[in-house]
Design a protein around this ligand. Structure first.
Ligand code: PEP
Length: 256
């Protein structure tokens, strides 16, 4: 154990420039004042990363800057895409890869998710690799197989020495943005099995040190119960990250 809780806000395609800066400032001020036990990051849209990064740094830099996605190539003729080195240049330290909205809405295949994970870790950035089953997969008894497959395929070719910068986010697709949350017991069961897959890939010490966040309608009211589970090491937060008060309520639940 001994894993520090990690709470990251995924703002998705929300906020405007002024709203993003105000939200970042409110979170950064609260974190600077309260010094919570959890590590905290916010992941604004690409276009607001620079402004949000400046707002975070101006308030002490205790809140990390994260990006919601990345492209796997370094530079070149890839219209509309953003590389890991461009993100690094803006002060980004975490990148979300394989979010369910990218897998299921934008139809990103496992191979691309894997290339993105390797690009992020290869650039020296932290990677939050999202995995999780759809409701059909859950009802078909495939939850564990889907999670194991997404972890294994996402990490294919990732060397052990880069795993220290990896975080897994278990996000059951049916719980994202729906108000339906996995029960603490269901989350713990999935997290324990994901950790076992990590153990199989990288050995028990690396698996024991890797943080696994839960994501899917986490809010201040259910966060403590979820984070009390032995294998739940924080949260990836969507809707509740768009208000500093509710986000901080979840961050505080990491004081376990
Ligand atoms: C997410 O988008 O990663 C997420 C967990 O969203 P929400 O908290 O809104 O369910």
């Amino acid at each position: 154990m001994g894993r520090r809780a990690f709470v990251a806000g995924n703002w998705k395609m929300n906020t405007d420039r002024a709203g993003a800066v105000a939200l970042a400032a409110a979170v950064a001020e609260a974190v600077a004042g309260e010094r919570p036990a959890a590590e905290v990051a916010v992941c604004p849209p690409f276009v607001y990363l620079d402004a949000v990064g400046q707002a975070l740094r101006a308030r002490g830099g205790a809140v990390a800057l994260g990006a919601q996605d990345v492209y796997d190539q370094e530079n070149g003729a890839f219209t509309g895409e953003v590389s890991a080195s461009m993100l690094k240049d803006l002060g980004v330290t975490w990148v979300i890869v394989g979010h369910s909205e990218r897998r299921h809405v934008i139809k990103e295949p496992d191979e691309l998710v894997n290339r993105k994970v390797r690009a992020v870790l290869g650039a020296g950035l932290g990677c939050i690799l999202c995995v999780g089953e759809t409701i059909q997969q859950r009802e078909g008894g495939m939850t564990d197989a889907v999670n194991a497959h997404q972890v294994r395929s996402g990490l294919a070719g990732v060397p052990a020495e880069q795993v220290g910068r990896l975080v897994i986010a278990y996000e059951p697709v049916w719980a994202i943005g729906t108000g339906r949350t996995a029960t603490p017991a269901d989350a713990q069961d999935a997290h324990r099995k994901i950790r076992a897959v990590l153990g199989d890939l990288y050995g028990p010490a690396a698996a024991g040190a890797t943080r696994i966040q839960y994501g899917g309608s986490m809010k201040p009211e259910n966060a403590a119960e979820l984070m009390k589970q032995p294998d739940v090491d924080g949260g990836l937060i969507g809707g509740a990250a768009l208000k500093a008060d509710s986000f901080m309520g979840i961050v505080r639940a990491g004081n376990r």
